[in-house]
Design a protein around this ligand. Structure first.
Ligand code: BG6
Length: 467
């Protein structure tokens, strides 16, 4: 029994700052990604100035800015029906607060989108994917400052008008709920672990939620056919025991993420937010029309990333990274080399959870396995583990569809190897296409297809039947 609709959007997903490189070309300004070095501690001591002798992986990345034509052609060979990428805000408004947009940046995305359309791939565009213009942090303190709402709206107006006939699917912010744990990437603010942290995080979140709602409202006036999505990191959280306190604490932690989709899909702050504000002495600056904007600017679909599940216990220190919350070890699950538990059933669980809660279409816009790849004697990469991961997750996704969940599509994260957001490494590879580039920047950037390339092609060709 096949569960996938004939128009199911099989695809791949990347982000501009993790692929494009060309960090200063054609008038691009610096983004927050451009000052992050390699290493899992890359967020520990953030220095907003570029240092000499430090290697910054986003500066060249995989050079997609110059190779997108060949790369997209190669990806088209797998039969992708859609392709998700972001627009680098700092290519369009180099400082974020510029008077007028940078034409060269706009032209680049014209060509990129035309290339996707040429190969029959539906573009799925993330408006802001961990790449806020750096100047907005330096001059305004990032999303804590509500001036960013206006800068973002202006940026949206420019790209909505420019690409209104090329792009239908948009997402306002990548993994907006990461404002809590990946605060710099998601909310472009620098916070200390002190009593004001939550105020800053929720103020930045409020401003982003209003910006998202305003973008949705604006989009309807430019092209009512647009499909506007929110995007969250929603790997599930399981209670580590049957202790009721663990169960409720896990529920609350889950709600800390669902808070964002509650607002973006329902249009108002959930009732549980009052108590959070009171108990943490959070006083938000809320503009006169903000709540009305939230009400009128709800999203059409929920995009989310799913990589793994986490086990949570009451009182645990909550540490997160790109994949979600770092919980306790789950003895029933194998882990990747980066310690991420592999849990295909978790995907079915989350799809059901989210659809039960919102009854809005879901879009799985990130799922994938970061692994080391090695060449065998014949010069080939047989990435069995990645194929298995893909297969197992496609199966549970199809089960979710049979459960009655409406899923628009599935975009594998990093169909071509790109820079890791969490660590800046190149050697944490997700791709079906290998890129010869290493953590220190060495390598000739040659592209080589892995065994999984033909496997994904077969899945797409058969619309999920041949696994
Ligand atoms: C998501 C991000 O959190 O996880 C991506 O949206 C990121 O930008 C992906 O690349 C995988 O994480 P990582 O750290 O392995 O690159």
């Amino acid at each position: 029994m096949n569960s996938f609709q004939p128009n199911f959007l099989w695809g791949g997903a990347i982000a501009a700052n993790q692929a494009e490189g060309a960090f200063r070309e054609d008038g691009k300004g610096l983004s927050i990604a451009d000052i992050l070095p390699v290493g899992k501690n890359r967020f520990d001591h953030i220095n907003l100035e570029i240092q000499e002798h430090v290697f910054y992986p986003s500066h060249e990345a995989i050079d997609f800015y110059h190779t997108y034509k060949e790369d997209i052609k190669l990806m088209a060979g797998m039969g992708l029906k859609c392709f998700r990428t972001s627009i680098a805000w700092s290519r369009i408004f180099p400082n974020g607060d510029d008077e007028s947009p940078n034409e060269a940046g706009l032209r680049f995305y014209d060509d990129l989108l035309d290339t996707l359309l040429f190969y029959g791939m539906e573009p799925i565009i993330t408006i802001s994917h961990f790449e806020t213009p750096l100047n907005l942090v330096k001059t305004y303190g990032g999303w804590k400052n509500r001036k960013l709402i206006d800068f973002y709206e202006k940026y949206c107006e420019v790209i909505f008008k420019r690409y209104k006939d090329k792009v239908k699917y948009w997402m306002t912010f990548n993994e907006i709920n990461h404002a809590h744990t990946l605060t710099f990437l998601a909310a472009a603010i620098l916070v200390k672990e002190d009593e004001h942290k939550l105020t800053d995080v929720y103020q930045a979140s409020h401003n982003m939620l209003v910006a998202s709602a305003k973008a949705v409202i604006l989009s309807r006036t430019i092209n009512p056919e647009f499909k506007m999505g929110c995007m969250l990191s929603l790997s599930p959280i399981y209670p580590a025991s049957t202790k009721p306190n663990d169960i409720f604490s896990s529920y609350e932690l889950r709600r800390r993420s669902l808070f964002y989709s509650d607002v973006q899909l329902r249009g108002y702050y959930p009732s549980y937010f009052d108590r959070i504000q009171k108990e943490n002495d959070i006083k938000l600056e809320i503009g006169e029309n903000d709540l009305e904007m939230l009400r009128n600017g709800t999203c059409d679909y929920l995009g989310f990333s799913y990589y793994r599940s986490s086990l949570h216990e009451e009182g645990m220190k909550i540490l997160g990274n790109t994949g979600g919350i770092m919980g306790k070890k789950n003895p029933f699950l194998k882990e990747t080399k980066w310690g991420w538990p592999i849990d295909p059933i978790g995907l079915r669980y989350v799809c059901n959870e989210l659809y039960d809660r919102y009854q809005k279409p879901l879009f799985i816009v990130e799922n994938g396995l970061g692994a080391r790849d090695t060449f065998d004697d014949r010069g080939e990469i047989t990435d069995q583990e990645r194929m298995q991961y893909l297969k197992d997750h496609v199966i549970t996704m199809s089960e979710a569809i049979r459960d009655g969940v409406e899923i628009l599509g599935y975009t594998w994260w990093g169909p071509i190897d790109i820079v890791s957001a969490g660590t800046g490494e190149m050697e944490k590879r997700y791709g079906f296409i290998y890129v010869d580039k290493q953590n220190d920047g060495s390598g000739d950037r040659k592209r080589v297809i892995k065994k999984s390339y033909n496997y994904y092609k077969q899945i797409i060709e058969s619309n999920g039947k041949r696994l």
